[in-house]
Design a protein around this ligand. Structure first.
Ligand code: NDP
Ligand SMILES: O=C(O)C1=N[C@H](C(=O)O)C[C@H](O)C1
Length: 246
């Protein structure tokens, strides 16, 4: 987002505890004329950069402490990292209230993904028989994807509760029916060549509906990240989903 919006946003620093402390962020990212941007390996030291927004694409293990740090230091978090548990998210929402801070946790910044989730939530009111197939690059550490979980959560809010398929199927290969989210099955595919994709497949009597979303390039996330950075400072709560600021 920094490269696409050089006049609007200023990159004041980066944080990566296992990064190369002797190299500036400019050198690490091979940005031209950005050698002076510091790369911090210590979270507390990032305060020197006087950032007002913290953009987090890290790991499920790191994100909770990062967001807690942001909220208590009154830096607005824009979080793309997935894998936060429901309990951890609730704790952060409560902390944001206590600190009178806003922030955004966005399972998927691609506009096509935001729409796919919205359309799936609409369709499931009429087609409660549904399975989610998410497909990602094979470096992805977490499964299912944050997008798949958020899609299931949004559908569960309006879906007539039911178990999709047999409740206790005879699996001749462990896990072959996928993960179970309130009766909906989620299947995670990991392959080289993929970026981020999801299919929400509905079935009815003699008919079917498939809603498919594809990120063919990581550039697909950047417009949403820019929107989130632009809007986050006006937020008074920690909100989940880009739809809150579109
Ligand atoms: N919401 C969205 O639209 C999107 C979300 N994501 C999510 O973002 C996250 C990152 O994905 P991706 O970029 O592919 O993963 P990468 O593994 O490429 O990047 C993760 C980065 O986090 C760094 N890191 C590791 N531990 C810490 C820590 N304790 N504090 C700060 N930084 C740390 C890693 O550094 P090092 O390598 O040195 O360990 C690495 O640079 C994932 O959860 C993914 O699901 C990804 C794309 C879009
Ligand atoms: O790891 C990724 O790549 C992505 N992660 C997010 C997720 O888990 O849903 C968003 C997008 O799918 C890319």
């Amino acid at each position: 987002m920094v490269l696409a919006h050089p006049d609007e946003f200023e990159l004041v620093g980066g944080f990566d505890p296992s990064g190369a402390a002797d190299q500036s962020l400019g050198q690490q990212l091979q940005l031209q004329a950005a050698e002076a941007i510091p790369a911090f390996t210590d979270r507390q030291a990032t305060l020197q950069a006087k950032a007002d927004v913290w953009v987090d694409f890290t790991t499920p293990d790191a994100v909770f402490d990062n967001v807690k740090f942001c909220l208590t230091q009154h830096i607005y978090p824009v979080v793309g990292t997935t894998g936060l548990s429901d309990d951890a998210t609730k704790t952060l929402v409560t902390l944001a209230q206590q600190e009178k801070m806003g922030g955004l946790i966005v399972p998927n910044f691609a506009l096509s993904a935001v729409l796919m989730m919205k359309f799936a939530q609409e369709a499931v009111k009429y087609f409660p028989d549904v399975e989610i197939i998410e497909l990602h690059h094979d470096d992805k550490q977490d499964a299912p994807s944050g997008t798949a979980l958020r899609t299931a959560e949004m559908m569960a809010e309006v879906r007539h509760p039911k178990q999709q398929g047999p409740a206790d199927p005879k699996e001749y290969l462990a896990g072959v029916r996928g993960g179970d989210y309130q009766g909906m099955r989620i299947h995670s595919v990991r392959l080289p060549g993929l970026i981020a994709h999801q299919q929400v497949q509905f079935g009815g009597v003699g008919e079917g509906l498939t809603i498919r979303q594809d990120s063919y390039d990581r550039a697909s996330f950047m417009t949403g990240v820019a929107v989130a950075i632009r809007k986050v400072k006006a937020q008074t709560q920690l909100l989940i989903g880009l739809e809150n600021v579109l």
